[in-house]
Design a protein around this ligand. Structure first.
Ligand SMILES: Nc1ncnc2c1ncn2[C@@H]1O[C@H](COP(=O)(O)OP(=O)(O)OP(=O)(O)O)[C@@H](O)[C@H]1O
Ligand SMILES: [Mg+2]
Length: 454
């Protein structure tokens, strides 16, 4: 995002060496930095230069109470309420940082900091802030809900920008919880059909006996229970986009019917003999390998090519772990919380296996916020939410990412995680699926894959 390279960051620290090294770090990352030693100069800069982000030391002149830092923060929030402030606190002054967060600081980092972690937080703050401004201002178009900074997610967003205006059929693939529905909506919102309807159909839950009436509609009296006329999804989606979710679950007899509509752009409601035209854009999604299903004769090849004019693949969260801190912040703020995850909690979150991907991360964050309250969320709070044993009781084969089982593969961690969640939920698959952020169908597929007895 070129927004990132134009931003000015103000550094406030009374230590010459720290000012110099931070300035160097930020400039090397393509940002513009201005460093000042104390509150007076800082307030002048805030008023005149309007920095986009402020990085401030809380412990001036070895003051232990940090009162001076808090006072400066209060003033900054008056003059530049929109600029995110990241506090730098001495080790052991977490309570000062928490007080700062209450006064409106965005985040804090303890000294000595890790350069990578600091840059992560700065990017997170800038990203979320620019999104907030976009939301308040002009564009929007669904991208504001898609959080991530990884090259993989940027590639996906580029693809969305390119394909959205074309009207071509798009097939979105990716594991459960990777954001397929979000992407489908973004395609619609960025297309010339954005003022038309976006109609979602979950084909996974649609039996072949209901398919015709659900998709094409029916006339009153067309069959025994047809008391009134009913509009089908193709009619409801006219001039808009139809989102065919879980397309891989579609039974063969329905595949033929769908193919016919996509080829001829016409269909007949039950009980009506005159074909109707439909003007829809088709976006479909699946967490199955459709190409493999075609090879096995389970999915029609001709339908596959109609749906898959443009493929978009969403990589699993474990392959884009750099998005995790950003997502954690986003879900925290979206839950209306000002809580902060401690660096250890964040590190723990960065390393989980996430069979349920982003939906699972969202569930964990929301649960941790309930457990941890509005201050700092500790690693233990997070551990408790993931159903992993605590640090001391860590048994072998735990899903805890850094509990002394380094040889465990991601698959083994995933299997353990599923086993434990199932046991926590007394074998109730629906509850376990919800806790893991998976659909029931994808949990069943994993149970099969990992040969778990339930
Ligand atoms: N990049 C993202 N930024 C923010 N939230 C996201 C992102 N991707 C997914 N989510 C959130 O994660 C949850 C799951 O996303 P979504 O329903 O789009 O996944 P899906 O791939 O359709 O899953 P499934 O295959 O189980 O239907 C939603 O709450 C969604 O808002
Ligand atoms: Mg979905």
């Amino acid at each position: 995002m070129c927004y990132f390279c134009k931003v000015m960051i103000l550094i406030i620290d009374d230590d010459d060496a720290i000012r110099a090294s931070l300035t160097f770090l930020l400039k090397r990352s393509g940002l513009t930095a201005k460093a000042v030693p104390g509150p007076k100069e800082a307030l002048d800069e805030v008023r005149l230069q309007e920095p986009e982000l402020i990085l401030m030391d809380m412990n001036y002149s070895l003051s232990t109470t940090g009162e001076e830092g808090l006072e400066l923060l209060r003033k900054i929030k008056i003059f530049a309420p929109a600029a995110p402030v990241i506090l730098m606190t001495a080790w052991g002054s977490i309570s000062l940082a928490v007080e700062g967060m209450r006064l409106g600081a965005f985040d804090f980092i303890t000294k000595p900091w890790d350069n990578m972690a600091l840059m992560d937080r700065i990017r997170t703050a800038l990203h979320l802030n620019s999104e907030r401004q976009e939301e308040a201002g002009t564009t929007g178009r669904g991208f504001d809900k898609i959080i991530g900074n990884s090259p993989q997610i940027k590639e996906v967003l580029d693809a969305v920008t390119r394909v959205a205006p074309t009207g071509a059929s798009v097939l979105i693939t990716g594991e459960s919880g990777t954001g397929k529905e979000l992407i489908a909506e973004a395609i619609h919102l960025n297309s010339p059909r954005s003022s038309g309807p976006f109609v979602k159909v979950n084909l996974g839950g649609l039996s072949s006996s209901l398919f015709d009436s659900e998709m094409f509609g029916h006339k009153k009296g067309a069959f025994t229970d047809a008391w009134t006329d009913r509009k089908g999804r193709f009619e409801l989606a006219d001039k808009g986009t139809i989102f065919l979710d879980e397309i891989g679950e579609l039974e063969p007899v329905c595949q033929v019917k769908l193919l016919r509509v996509l080829q001829d752009r016409t269909y007949e409601p039950l009980g009506e003999s005159i074909p109707r035209r439909t003007d829809v854009r088709v976006v479909s999604a699946t967490n199955r390998d459709l190409q493999e299903m075609v090879r096995q004769g389970l999915f029609r090849e001709d339908l596959f090519y109609r749906l898959n004019l443009i493929p978009i693949h969403l990589p699993p969260l474990r392959e884009r772990r750099e998005d995790i801190p950003l997502l954690v912040q986003y879900f925290t703020r979206n839950a209306g919380s000002r809580a902060v995850f401690s660096p250890e909690a964040m590190e723990y979150l960065r390393r989980l296996p996430y069979p349920g991907n982003i939906r699972e991360l969202k569930n964990i964050v929301e649960r941790a916020l309930i457990l941890g309250g509005s201050g700092t969320i500790s690693r233990d709070d997070v551990v408790r939410c993931t159903g992993a044993p605590d640090e001391h009781g860590a048994a072998s084969g735990t899903a805890s990412p850094d509990s002394g089982a380094p040889a465990q593969t991601l698959e083994e961690m995933e299997r353990d995680r599923i086993l434990r969640t199932l046991s926590d939920c007394n074998g109730n698959v629906s509850r376990a699926a919800a806790a893991l952020g998976l659909t029931r169908a994808s949990l069943y597929r994993r149970i099969e894959k990992f040969k778990i007895n339930i």
